[in-house]
Design a protein around this ligand. Sequence first.
Ligand code: 8Y7
Length: 285
Amino acid sequence: MTAPDAGFDRLNLPRPGVMGILNITPDSFSDGGQFLHPDRAVERALEMIEQGAAIIDTGGESTRPGAEAVSVQQEADRVLPVIETLAGATKTPISIDTSKPAVMRMAVRAGAAMINDVRALREPEALPACAELNVPVCLMHMQGRPRTMQQSPAYPDGIINEINTFFSDRIEQATKAGIAHHNICLDPGFGFGKTLRHNYQLLNGLQSLLQHKVPIMVGISRKSMIGRLLNLPVQQRLPGSLSAAVIAVMQGADIIRTHDVKSTVEALQIIHAMRRADDPQGWQQ
Ligand code: 8Y7
């Protein structure tokens, strides 16, 4: 049984809701270096909250293909001052994008309310650390490792099947380690060990992920599945990103991770209005 105030429900997210990306890195793919100074990062987070972000995802490690590895110390030095200040300045939940158990612990102590792990708690000790912290966690699918994942992605059993098998296994491992089912959310990891075609097969089959009965998150914002398809640089990928976000929500996604909070919130309001239009209790709220 899930208590009404447990797990993801405790975060009070609207469904669907928007997660604003805050990259505190020198080398992230579309906005690297812009928010390295804590004051600038906090300012940007508050701006995204003002624009309707339901959650802020802070990250100090770039996972783009070929990015440099960072130490626990480096990652902590980047994210902790921002999480601490932000947690004191807003009630909006803060997520920590990390795979390192030590960073998870420090971030939650500093005020983070959620963990977003692109490695789905596969690093040593990440499962027990997360169980102990007892906060919601997003388990993302990735084939291979960031450095090499785009070299020759392949899904002989079909991408949807393979991702569902991966998720069943990760949910089993997580719950065995003591992580509550109501604290789990899944993300198929657009662009992480996937060809352009795989990403669109995934978008088309996204509904199938609802079988795991947990919230679904997706991150498509400005990614190469938009840019390579349309042959557009990162600054010109908003219409494509919004189109994909709307499709994802129509397929059942609950959380959209994006750089462009204001426009994404607006796009999701269209879906919300449509879904509520026939509600006899009213529809605009
Ligand atoms: C995703 C993500 C990135 C994603 C989740 C980027 C950290 C690349 N992508 N986390 N992180 N889902 N859950 O373009 O798709 O933002 S990094």
